[in-house]
Design a protein around this ligand. Structure first.
Ligand code: FPP
Length: 242
């Protein structure tokens, strides 16, 4: 079982337009998928689940759509809290959350604080999140620490950088799922995905349910992860001699 599954939830708009509905209906139904997948992951014992819920670039969508997504997020954070507590789910947030409208930020802070001691599973919500922006911020903090003499530049290693990026000691994702047939990373977890297994499915996010998560997990379990090294099965001798 992967320790950390990250999901790029894509295809809400297409799901709606295929049915002649407004894009907002796709997002609304996408919220049901979020609930279903969080609960399935909890049942399956996956320790960390990250959901890419709103990207740095999503701010460029029409104002009405951004407002709708923010309302949906607000509703999700307030109505799901009881279920999160019951299932011992800890919620953390990644991204420039200070850009979120004040009511959403407050609801997020309340949920994060209320669930902080839960140990059943961690759900990380990537909100106003961009991988490049996260790396830039980390570089700035490390440069400031070096300029102030608190660290020396040669002390900066992979672990130091990773520490500046992650929230709450979340390990790198083992599996990344992207729905809707798009085969790209779209500025998500650029540093953290170095050795992540990638899984792309045609299923649109509003249709994604437990069975789709199980299919992704089965595909993951059939992969051989070598992290750039060799394992017993593939390690034929380099040359034929002896
Ligand atoms: C991508 O679909 C999805 C989003 C930009 C937002 C994701 C939001 C949700 C799943 C619902 C609410 C989330 C939470 C955590 C409650 P798209 O609009 O880009 O679809 P398209 O590519 O088909 O247009």
């Amino acid at each position: 079982m992967p320790c950390h599954v990250a999901i790029v939830m894509d295809g809400n708009g297409r799901w709606a337009s295929q049915r002649g509905l407004a894009r907002s209906e796709g997002h609304r139904r996408g919220k049901d998928s979020v609930r279903a997948v969080v609960e399935a992951a909890r049942e399956l014992g996956i320790p960390y689940l990250t959901l890419f819920a709103f990207s740095h670039e999503n701010w460029h969508r029409p104002g009405a759509e951004v407002r709708f997504l923010m309302q949906l997020l607000h509703r999700y954070l307030t109505t799901e809290l009881k279920r999160m507590m019951k299932r011992e789910i800890r919620v953390v947030a990644l991204g420039d959350v200070e850009r979120l409208p004040a009511p959403v930020r407050r609801a997020l802070e309340r949920t994060v604080a209320a669930t902080a001691e839960n140990r059943g599973m961690t759900v990380a919500l990537a909100l106003s999140y961009g991988g490049r922006q996260e790396i830039v911020k980390a570089a700035r903090r490390l440069a400031a620490a070096a300029a102030a003499g608190r660290i020396s530049p040669d002390q900066i290693d992979e672990a130091t950088v990773a520490n500046e990026l992650t929230v709450g000691g979340i390990p790198d994702p083992d599996l990344l799922i992207r729905t809707s047939g798009e085969i790209r990373i779209s500025n998500f977890f650029l540093f953290q995905l170095a050795y992540t297994e990638l899984y792309f499915t045609e299923t649109l996010w509003p249709d994604f349910r437990e069975r789709d998560l199980l299919a992704a997990l089965a595909a993951y379990q059939a992969r051989q992860r070598r992290f750039g090294a060799l394992d017993g099965a593939t390690a034929a001798p380099l040359s034929a001699a002896n």
